[in-house]
Ligand binder design. Structure first.
Ligand SMILES: Cc1ncc(COP(=O)(O)O)c(C=O)c1O
Length: 377
């Protein structure tokens, strides 16, 4: 049996995110409180009357209707509700590729599909986002790695960890590459709605090509990770095939998650939540950016276009895993090392928390950096 590839970043976060004083490892914004979502007495009454049965296994009709309304041309039959985008990534991958087949993965990314691909015995090729091009993808490399053997191209857009948003031309190039060989596209779009520089929502791959599975969740752009609600948008027959895996792995998301998620995605509530997220990411990045600039040449960053994380390059003589381990032990701050993306000398730092918390966490990192520099002098 081949060696199991653990999900290094989630393992780090599982161990430490609840234990440190300042958690700057999370990629979403400060979570919405239940009372912010359910804020009318009638809603509370209705929730309390909910029978805690299994909901429809593929998601309640109301929730699937609200999701479908976000994707031009989609109907509830195009939607499968999952337990987070994490489940969506897992079961879609298992559905569209078989062990021994080849996939092309855009790197860096969240690394779940990359790790799963190894664990499922797939052959993994990659094409890269290039920092010297503002993190745009190397399309020559994409076209080189995509061949008749490629069964799937996996992308994360907006990207984790860089915050890069693909241009329309880059999306077209990815679709063209997939079409050329008949490959599926799995597009993880959890940061769509968490844009930094524009109020236009990042478009989906849905509708650009018939072999697309577009994934999303309420965890990032909606600040509701604790609901554990995700979804897949795809052709109805493929949605049926993915659903057969869903029955094995989780059966269904919870009844309460279905109800609360339908509320969060309703036309009355959704714009308010998206605006809240944008307020967090915009305020948060300006705090991080000032802090980075205060450290001279030690740090550099291509400003993220979306998401609540920045992928920061550093000029210090220390490996990124050692950096974050010592930072955690000495200052009780958790961030993610570039090593988890196969890219040492980078750190992934969250700017999604409330301003005071973020500032204090960054100040502690600053103290650690000064200690390091003093030690090296
Ligand atoms: C790009 C991306 N996809 C998927 C996930 C999993 O999210 P969830 O299962 O909470 O929807 C994350 C979590 O950080 C992520 O960053």
């Amino acid at each position: 049996m081949s060696t199991f590839q653990p999900f290094e970043m989630e393992y780090l976060m599982s161990k430490w995110e609840q234990a440190v004083a300042y958690n700057l490892s999370e990629s979403g914004v400060h979570p919405v409180a239940l009372g912010e979502l359910v804020n009318a007495p009638t809603m509370i009454e209705e929730l309390l009357a909910t029978e805690l049965n299994y909901p429809e296994v593929n998601g309640t009709v109301e929730l699937r209707e609200n999701i479908a309304a976000l994707y031009p041309g989609a109907t509830p039959d195009n939607i499968l509700v999952t337990v987070g985008c994490a489940e969506a990534n897992y079961i879609s991958l298992q559905t569209v590729v078989a062990p021994g087949e080849e996939v092309a993965v855009m790197l860096p990314n969240y690394m779940q599909i990359w790790g799963l691909a190894h664990n499922f015995g797939l052959r993994v090729k990659s094409f890269h986002l290039r920092e010297d091009r503002g993190w745009s993808p190397d399309l020559d490399e994409l076209n080189e790695v995509v061949s008749e053997k490629t069964k799937l191209i996996a992308v994360c857009n907006p990207n984790n960890p860089t915050g890069y948003i693909l241009t329309e031309a880059e999306m077209d190039a990815i679709v063209t590459a997939a079409e050329r060989v008949g490959a599926w596209i799995i597009s993880d779009e959890v940061y769509s709605g968490a844009e930094q520089l524009t109020d236009a929502q990042t478009p989906s791959f849905w509708g650009r090509y018939d072999k697309v599975l577009a994934h999303n969740s309420l965890s990032k752009a909606y600040g509701l990770p604790g609901l554990r609600t995700g979804w897949i948008v795809g052709p109805p027959d493929t949605i049926g095939d993915v659903w057969r895996r869903h029955e094995y792995i989780t059966i269904a998301a919870t009844m309460l998650a279905n109800k609360l998620s339908a509320l969060a995605l309703s036309p009355e509530v959704r714009p308010r939540i998206i605006q809240r997220t944008r307020d967090y990411v915009r305020r948060g990045f300006s705090i991080l950016d000032d802090w980075l600039k205060g450290h001279g040449d030690t740090f550099s960053v291509v400003p993220p276009q979306a998401a609540a994380i920045a992928f920061v390059r550093y000029q210090l003589d220390i490996n990124s895993t050692e950096f974050i381990e010592r930072l955690r032990q000495e200052k009780s701050v958790l961030i993610v090392p570039g090593d988890h993306f196969g890219m040492d000398r980078y750190l992934r730092i969250s700017f999604g928390p409330p301003p005071d918390y973020l500032q204090t966490g960054l100040d502690r990192i600053g103290e650690f950096v000064v200690d390091l520099q003093r030690g090296a002098a």
